[in-house]
Ligand binder design. Structure first.
Ligand code: HEM
Length: 478
């Protein structure tokens, strides 16, 4: 129903709160989208006619709460602020086998697992708020708990996930400065936000800074986030009932093709596997690399879903669709994209990669015209900086957006206070540092038994980080 509607794209859904004031932000941002009529391919009068993409990027907590009032209501219990979950602590399913959860389109067992985890988180925040503030009614508890849970997700994204993706001290320092400032966590926990963005961090700034553009994320961000090559071909299912070895590596039971883990089939498989086994199995499996020739073949024949999670009749070839989307939306090609970021463009294929086979194929497809290189192909082909899972080109957008996501949002700046979150809620956000903390809270038995690494985003049986006596902000980048 919403397909081909220009007014409903990514920026329309990036919020942490969906009350009337927020609608004003959204409406203000809509016409600032990079995805607008003026920039569309010649002759295209509407948004992508093949459009399937709205609501897909789960940057906000809509994956838990839904993106519209109807879903929002459907998920609430209307008692003590809580969201629905089965007695066994699993997602509920409707009569068509679709998960009763937030954004369910094009979902897979991994997303459903995270949805389950964060519903538990939301409901635990509700318990804590109810205990501390018995005078709050259901709606007030729900609103505060939703803000707290959204902030926990944003914090994990900033200081845990992004850091693991680009494993360097420099990035760790950068992301922690974004959240805590140069003065650090201990100082901030004791004295609150002091100084500007650098000293005190973006979170807790007196007012948001949107650099003249109302809160929104750009089409370019969507394009660099096209990371389907991270997905494996099979899930390696682990036996979590076994006795752990010193590295905490659970034995492999079997490999389950990813095809059985997506969409409606995926929901059935997850019910059989159970959330705890799914978390441990995903934790022990490395993701795919963002390189050429690593796009999962099973995504070339994919059953896409409608917004409500029901399946569409026509299959899609996702990698083809992705290139098509960028062209259709008139997202800059690779070289132009780099110029816009003040990065040096390539003048020959050898500037992009040392891989001779890749150069041959690039020549085959684009001839000598490096200006024609599609962004997504360039991002995958680009030589990576040591320690980086993503390209330098994508990294710049990540950095800009990771910062903007916090500094342009009033719920992380002027409204990051006790009045909005409650004292207990703010404490909850401040004391949650990682995905591991959240898993610990709801599935303590699995982290204790199977998590060896320091972060839940590392492969779980890898060694924990070694301690470094040099303070983080004084380490020399290498
Ligand atoms: C089993 C897992 C997944 C499935 C089945 C899936 C499927 C899809 C589908 C069908 C689309 C819509 C294509 C279109 O019409 O433009 C899409 C878009 C997208 N996906 Fe995935 N995806 C999965 C995982 C991921 C992952 C792991 C990432 C990134 C880390 C990702 C990032 C994106 C992005 C950025 C878009 C474009 C959204 C937009 O145009 O607004 N997806 N995905």
């Amino acid at each position: 129903m919403l397909d081909a509607n220009l007014r409903l794209n990514l920026a329309s859904f990036v919020t942490t709160w969906m009350e009337p004031e927020c609608d004003k932000f959204i409406m203000a941002a809509i016409n600032k989208n990079h995805f607008d009529m003026d920039k569309r391919v010649k002759g295209a009068k509407t948004a992508p006619l093949t459009g399937l993409e709205e609501n897909l990027v789960r940057w906000d907590a809509s994956v838990i709460y839904g993106s519209n009032g109807e879903v929002l209501k459907r998920l609430r219990t209307f008692k003590d602020g809580k969201i629905k979950i089965s007695e066994e602590g699993e997602l509920l399913h409707n009569e068509n086998g679709i998960a009763v959860s937030g954004d369910v389109r094009n979902s897979w067992a991994g997303v459903s697992t995270l949805q389950t985890l964060f519903v538990h988180e939301h409901n635990s925040v509700c318990d804590a708020l109810k205990k501390n503030y018995p005078e709050l009614d259901d709606k007030e508890i729900y609103r505060h708990a939703r803000l707290v849970t959204s902030a926990v997700i944003a914090k994990i994204h900033t200081i845990d996930w992004t850091v693991e993706l680009l494993k360097t001290d420099t990035l760790l320092a950068g992301m922690r400065v974004n959240w805590y400032g140069l003065l650090g966590k201990k100082f901030k926990d004791t004295f609150g936000h002091v100084g500007g963005a650098i000293l005190g961090g973006l979170v807790g700034l007196k007012r948001p800074n949107n650099h003249g553009v109302p809160y929104s994320l750009t089409e370019e961000f969507v394009s660099v986030y096209r990371m389907h090559s991270l997905l494996p071909d099979n899930l390696q299912l682990r036996d979590i009932s076994a006795t752990p070895d010193p590295n905490k590596s659970p034995p492999l039971i079997k490999e389950i093709p990813m095809k059985n883990l997506i969409g409606l089939e995926g929901e059935k498989t997850l019910t059989k596997i159970g959330v705890a086994s799914q978390i441990v199995s995903m934790g022990h499996q490395a993701c795919g690399t963002l390189e050429l020739w690593n796009y999962p073949m099973w995504l070339r024949d994919l059953i896409p879903q409608n917004l409500d999670g029901s399946e569409r009749p026509d299959h899609v070839d996702l990698p083809v669709l992705e290139i098509y989307r960028d062209r259709e939306r008139n997202v800059a090609r690779y070289n132009q994209f780099r110029r816009a970021l003040l990065l040096i463009p390539i003048s020959k294929w050898e500037d992009l990669t040392d891989d001779k086979e890749a150069i041959e194929v690039l020549e085959d497809v684009y001839g000598d015209d490096v200006e024609e290189l599609d962004l997504l192909v360039g991002l995958m082909a680009e030589k990576k900086i040591k320690g980086f899972a993503i390209s330098e080109t994508a990294f710049i957008i990540f950095l800009l957006m990771a910062t903007r996501r916090l500094e342009a949002d009033r719920f992380f700046t002027s409204n990051f206070n006790e009045e909005t979150y409650t004292k207990k809620g703010l404490e909850w956000v401040n004391s949650t540092e990682s995905l591991k903390d959240v898993i610990d809270r709801h599935y303590p038995e699995i982290t204790l038994k199977w998590l060896n690494s320091s972060s839940a985003f590392s492969v779980w049986d890898s060694p924990p980080n070694t301690s470094n006596s040099i303070p983080l902000y004084l380490r020399v980048p290498h």
